[in-house]
Design a binder for this molecule. Structure first.
Ligand code: UDP
Length: 252
């Protein structure tokens, strides 16, 4: 698996390499976990394999309902072929239930259902700790156009509706999640598609019966059994059979 291909970008949990043809990239899922703006770090063996598979499954399902995204196909346990996009420097968060930063910021009790689904935007800048921004900031600083914001919000709500149902069917509550978008250019025009990943690293997923956390909060809050919980999400989605060695921690 050691090729001399060019590394385009290395982030906290993923690496992007140049793809086999123009307009494509290879997205490699690492086992590295970070939280609190990378102040907390660990290597969770097998995480990259599980997230690669879960993200593939979710992106494929979303594509099948017409939510266009960058996923092309999975290449191996840790890599997927994706469309190259120009990343919009925003994290789009959708929340159904109060948890994490909104609970702290607004003094809400974790687990309290929100009056309706709420969309928030954060400016992607590690040095600044990804500050929350409004549509005013986004258009003033040209991070995205008004039409693009509308498209991202409409897509975010569709993703929320679809994934809430998908997870609910397997006994999991979708509390909140973060997605990212990118532009693809076609001649003089560009359109916005879903990019990055959707996995237990980027969603809050609670067992519907017990409210047990099955997501990255297990790492953030030192709850233990991180990989076991991610594996449980994959198992419930019915996609564990394609990665039998992960549970034994035998994948490198
Ligand atoms: N999230 C993420 N990456 C980030 C920040 C947040 O994937 O850099 C996800 C997080 O896992 C949760 C949702 O976005 O599902 C909302 O996160 P919140 O703002 O509550 O972040 P916290 O401060 O708790 O990490």
């Amino acid at each position: 698996m050691t090729t001399r291909r060019k590394k385009i970008y290395e982030g906290k949990a993923k690496i992007l390499y140049e793809g086999p043809e123009p307009g494509t990239l290879i997205q490699y899922f690492k086992d590295d976990a970070t939280a609190f703006n990378a102040q907390k770090k660990a290597v969770l063996e097998g995480k990259g394999v599980i997230n690669n598979r879960i993200s593939e499954y979710i992106m494929t399902r979303l594509n099948s309902i017409g939510v266009q995204n960058h996923f092309i196909r999975r290449l191996n346990l840790r890599e997927q072929l994706i469309k190259e996009v120009e990343i919009v420097p925003l994290e789009v968060v959708v929340r159904n239930i109060a948890a994490g930063s909104i609970a702290t910021r607004l003094g809400l009790t974790e687990g309290q259902p929100l009056p309706r689904s709420i969309i928030e935007f954060y400016y992607k800048d590690d040095k600044l700790g990804d500050p929350m921004v409004s549509e005013e900031h986004i258009t003033a600083f040209n991070w995205a156009a008004t039409q693009e914001i509308d498209d991202m919000m409409a897509t975010a709500l569709r993703v929320n509706d679809y994934l809430s149902g998908l997870f609910s069917a397997v006994g999991i509550t979708l509390v909140d999640f973060k997605i990212e978008f990118g532009r693809v250019y076609e001649g003089d025009f560009s359109r916005i598609i879903l990019a990055d990943e959707i996995s237990p690293d980027s969603c809050r997923l609670w067992d519907a019966a017990t409210n047990e956390k099955l997501d990255k909060d297990r790492f953030r809050r030192d709850l233990g059994n991180v990989i076991e919980s991610y594996t449980e999400v994959a198992r419930r989605l019915g996609i564990m059979k394609e990665m039998p060695t992960v549970i034994q921690g035998g994948v490198h």
